[in-house]
Design a protein around this ligand. Structure first.
Ligand SMILES: Cc1cc2nc3c(=O)[nH]c(=O)nc-3n(C[C@H](O)[C@H](O)[C@H](O)COP(=O)(O)OP(=O)(O)OC[C@H]3O[C@@H](n4cnc5c(N)ncnc54)[C@H](O)[C@@H]3O)c2cc1C
Length: 147
């Protein structure tokens, strides 16, 4: 069985994990490590300690689909729309500069739901929360608890 380690559970790492799982015919042992203690990276969503229903996106707050990527990445947008993870942004945002053909999307359950979707799609493999430090050219693993 092929063993793959992806370091970083942001959009890049989670999507890589999902695509590897989808495109690889043979059995794959896939693990994603992240130093942050949770997945999301710059697409992290925080919950209010007083009301878990109340969330805030700490990094990206909406996704802009340009005409170029509308063609190139249409299947990704379709998948996220079908699952209700993305919805078209219909409200105006003060100061937003819209170019012709651009379309904006929001994630009603928080932008980290995109990351969680891709991690789930990657097959429910074991994800490990790990903090790696480069000390004197040695990678040192400090913690390792399941995400
Ligand atoms: C304030 C803000 C607003 C934004 N707004 C938008 C927007 O409106 N629309 C949009 O499309 N994009 C927006 N972006 C950009 C978007 O968030 C990023 O392009 C995208 O999230 C990057 O994903 P990534 O996986 O490449 O990197 P990251 O999200 O940075 O993920 C990298 C992950 O790797 C982990 N990591 C790094 N080093 C190590 C290590 N040594 N060991 C273990 N783990 C490690 C990090 O903890 C992190 O979780 C915004 C970004 C910010 C900060």
């Amino acid at each position: 069985m092929a063993r793959v380690l992806i370091v970083g559970a942001g959009l890049t790492g989670s999507l890589c994990a999902a695509l590897l799982k989808k495109e690889t015919a043979r059995p794959l042992h896939l693990v994603v490590w992240d130093k942050a203690g949770d997945s999301g990276g710059r697409m992290t969503t925080a919950n209010s300690p007083h009301n878990p229903q109340s969330t805030v996106d700490l990094g990206a707050q909406y996704i802009t689909r340009t005409p170029h990527y509308a063609k190139k990445h249409q299947s990704f947008y379709d998948e996220l729309l079908v699952h209700g993870i993305l919805k078209p942004l219909t409200s105006p945002i003060e100061g937003m500069v819209m170019k012709e053909g651009d379309c904006n999307f929001v994630a009603p359950q928080g932008v980290s739901s995109i990351i969680k979707h891709y991690l789930k799609e990657s097959g429910g493999n074991r994800y490990i929360k790990i903090y790696i430090l480069l000390v004197l050219f040695l990678w040192k693993i400090l913690t390792h608890t399941p995400l």
